[in-house]
Design a protein around this ligand. Structure first.
Ligand SMILES: NC(=O)C1=CN([C@@H]2O[C@H](COP(=O)(O)OP(=O)(O)OC[C@H]3O[C@@H](n4cnc5c(N)ncnc54)[C@H](OP(=O)(O)O)[C@@H]3O)[C@@H](O)[C@H]2O)C=CC1
Ligand SMILES: O=C(O)CCC(=O)C(=O)O
Ligand SMILES: [Mg+2]
Length: 742
């Protein structure tokens, strides 16, 4: 692919956003073409990444470009201009489903070897491991994160508030987390005085040393190490289950097995084997033989026993049901289909699941399909406490009111795989008792932990340059917005103590006169922000990487109903820009609705906002006046779309994603046609504005006529492009109007 400075790279991802792209991109290109801007697609979908990793036996037609490597290199280019839509961070069950779909299509790619024995299988697994979990975002996020709700979006939420569940003072919902033995309680942290190499070593009880990993650290880099005790974790799970059973609340687990792709699937697996303890005790050997992996959920048991003779299978299914008798009710992902919280590790993802529960009055769905109070279990106490604070707050003050509440934007430390989200290659499950230690080249032990078999030990890196940039971004945002900015840093955490030193130093590099910048512990910070928020006041949260992720779903879901409406900018360290769309995910259940009823309720507002900033930057950096005009007019069109409530509805038969794209196109064309800065451009768009306005009723009718019947996408992970085009672009009138200008 060749790049020019007038190119915007638009990522082709998965699920709902990729369907939306098919409808939106032809509209976008109609506009950008007039400014000499090329919008190029770069495929980073899960299927695309699988195909590009195993090209050997594919036909030329089946081969896929390695969009991720291309974009990864582009992040180092000061002219980079990338629009990043959310993509699937695949769990093993999702990866296997994707592989099976591609194989069924005739692509000769290998199976995922779960327990590789041969060298060949190990090599295949190593290639697949680069695709698993959150494999895209850490590669592209070569900058820190600035996520906020623009004024027009806040105004829309105030005018058309989303529903909020009631909070009762008597609610028994609460967050439960480990009080000891978790990462928080064992965290150690150091800052490197000078650059140097370190080894992460395991020393067994006989004194044998195994080097797990070698790292070259930069001067000023922070390195943390921590351990989660397997024994304490399992005891904790058992206690929470017994307590939930005794007190009659539901039990639910909230982890991030996708992004924390090494540690959290292990944690999830322990929850499965503790919950179904008798089952795993009784059938442990058989399960091992069958290749059941509890880290993939109880779904893995159902999957593997399907090959057994009926009588054996039924016996095991009976044993699963018997387990449930001693256990509390479990929160459901889909109560109709009987999919529980422990079926698949990627179904319940903490950043979205906890806010959804809090928004819903603290209730999750029970096996009988009814909303119920729940014990929300989040083993890692580090961040779980903030949810308990919000629960307490809602119990005292009632649900948040979207018509009056303030906003909490975020400035997040994210660049260069900062903190826990970059720890996967430094995370180990202990195979024996011993010591894990961090040692310098000359043998000095910097940090060490006693570990037991089964413990999870990890190290996290935070480089100095991203921290400096983060502090600068916080000061810039505080200045631009006039809001107080709070660094959420806990002096009780070893890592945060190192960061606090840096923050205090780097704040001195900036003019902070008149700014309200403070450092607070997480609990203080969330209380301070919520107290202000219910009074209509705004507060910037300046946080590390995990809280960035959690808070940019938590507050937006309260304020706006979804994090899809967030503006999400990543100013790259090297000068380029990435504009992420929203702060949420790829909404798998939206695709199901398309397949069943041909209605896509995905809201592309995040895409509209991201594109406007991308064009604005293009205008400034590349001195492209038309790009600036397109940015301004797109913002105005988005404002109009919100004012007139042309966002997608959840209900089949009403305006959906395609309809909202049409309105965006119409308003945008009208705005360009009536601006006076560039009369030639106005004249160019006048016919389109007229055609779309004149045919509004016809186009909306064509777009709703197709709804209410199943839609055939011809695949889930690798949908057939022609099918998708047919489904997503059903209005001949709209297609013809766009074609007339292209
Ligand atoms: N940046 C990225 O690449 C991200 C990727 N992900 C990935 O996405 C997948 C699904 O994650 P999950 O945690 O379930 O989160 P999702 O954000 O996909 O889904 C949670 C809910 O949020 C709402 N929602 C999200 N986006 C939109 C939108 N544009 N328009 C309207 N509603 C929206 C929907 O709720 P409802 O329909 O009920 O209103 C949806 O069911 C995973 O593979 C995950 O790893 C997750 C986060 C970020
Ligand atoms: O990369 C992922 O898996 C999810 C990213 C995410 O949730 C976020 O950054 O908000
Ligand atoms: Mg998130």
């Amino acid at each position: 692919m060749t790049t020019t400075n007038q190119t915007i790279y638009w990522t082709l991802t998965d699920e709902a956003p990729s369907l939306a792209t098919c409808s939106l991109l032809p509209i976008v290109r109609t506009f950008t073409k007039a400014a000499g801007i090329d919008v190029k697609i770069s495929d980073i979908s899960l299927a695309g990444r699988v195909l590009s990793a195993f090209p050997e036996k594919l036909t030329e037609e089946q081969k896929a470009e390695d969009g991720l490597s291309f974009l990864g290199a582009l992040t180092q280019d000061p002219h980079a201009n990338i629009i990043k839509l959310p993509n699937i961070s695949a769990s093993i069950p999702q990866l296997k489903a994707c592989i099976a779909e591609l194989q069924a299509e005739g692509c000769d790619i290998p199976n995922y070897p779960e327990a590789p024995q041969t060298e060949e299988d190990k090599a295949i697994q190593a290639r697949y491991s680069k695709i698993l979990g959150s494999a895209v975002n850490p590669v592209l996020r070569e900058g820190n994160s600035d996520r906020r709700a623009p004024g027009a979006v806040k105004a829309y939420a105030r005018k058309f508030p989303h529903s909020m569940g009631e909070w009762s003072k008597a609610s028994r919902t609460h967050a439960d987390y480990m009080r000891d033995g978790d990462f928080f309680s064992s965290e150690q942290s150091i800052t490197m005085d000078q650059a140097g190499d370190v080894r992460l070593e395991f020393v067994d009880q006989a004194g044998n040393v195994e080097v797990k990993k070698e790292l070259s650290l930069e001067q000023g880099e922070i390195l943390d190490s921590m351990r989660m005790s397997c024994r304490a974790l399992r005891e904790f799970f058992e206690e929470t289950m017994q307590d939930a059973k005794e007190t009659g609340v539901m039990w639910s687990l909230h982890v991030k097995a996708t992004m924390m792709k090494v540690s959290h699937p292990i944690v999830f697996g322990h929850a499965v084997t503790v919950f179904y303890k008798e089952l795993f005790e009784k059938y442990g050997d058989l399960f091992e033989e069958l290749g059941v992996n509890p880290n993939n959920g109880i779904g893995s048991v159902y999957d593997k026993i399907s090959s057994l003779p009926t009588s054996k299978r039924e016996e095991i299914e009976e044993a699963i049901h018997e387990c449930l008798e001693h256990r509390p009710e479990m929160a459901m992902v889909d109560s109709v289909k009987g999919i529980t919280n422990l079926h698949v590790p990627s179904d319940v993802i903490v950043d979205a699941s906890m806010p959804a529960m809090i928004r819903n009055g603290g209730k999750m769905w029970g096996p009988d399909g009814k909303p119920k109070d729940t014990k929300a279990v989040m083993p890692e106490s580090t961040y779980a406490r903030i949810y308990q604070e919000m629960i307490n707050f809602c119990k005292t003050n009632g649900a948040f009111d979207p018509t009056t509440m303030g906003t909490v934007p975020n400035v997040g430390l994210m660049a260069k795989k900062a903190e826990e989200y970059g720890s996967h290659d430094k995370t180990f499950e202990m195979m024996a008792d011993g010591i894990m230690r961090v040692v310098t080249a000359d043998g000095t032990v910097l940090m060490q932990h006693d570990v037991e078999k089964g413990d999870i030990w990890r190290a996290c890196q935070t480089k100095d340059e991203p921290v400096r940039d983060w502090v600068k971004l916080a000061v810039t945002r505080a200045r631009q917005s006039g809001m107080p900015a709070v660094f959420w840093l806990d002096h009780k955490r070893a890592h945060d103590r190192e960061l606090i030193k840096k923050v205090n130093t780097y704040l001195q590099d900036h003019d902070t006169d008149g700014l309200d910048i403070s450092i607070k512990t997480y609990n203080q910070a969330i209380r301070f922000s919520m107290d202000r928020m219910i009074r209509g006041n705004d507060t910037i949260s300046v946080t590390g990487n995990v809280l960035r992720d959690y808070l940019t779903d938590l507050f937006p879901i309260m304020e706006l109903g979804t994090s899809a409406k967030m503006l999400s900018v990543v100013p790259m360290l090297k000068g380029g820009g990435m504009y992420e769309t929203g702060a949420g995910g790829s909404a798998p259940k939206h695709v199901q609705q398309v397949e069943e009823e041909n209605h896509l309720r995905w809201d592309s507002l995040g895409e509209f906002l991201a594109l406007a900033v991308s064009l604005e930057e293009m205008g400034i950096k590349e001195n492209n006046k038309r790009a600036s005009i397109l940015a301004k007019t797109l913002d105005a069109a988005t404002g109009k779309l919100l004012e007139n409530n042309k966002s997608p509805s959840r209900k089949t038969g009403e305006l959906d994603n395609r309809g909202s794209h049409f309105y965006l196109g119409m308003y945008w064309a009208q705005e360009v046609a009536t601006q006076t800065e560039d009369p030639e451009l106005a004249a160019h768009f006048a016919p389109l504005a007229k055609t779309l306005s004149d045919n509004e009723a016809q186009i909306v009718a064509e777009l709703s006529a197709v709804q209410g019947k199943p839609a055939e996408l011809g695949g889930y992970y690798h949908a057939n492009r022609e099918n998708v085009k047919k489904v997503m672009r059903p209005s001949e009138t709209l297609n013809a109007a766009l074609a007339a200008l292209s």
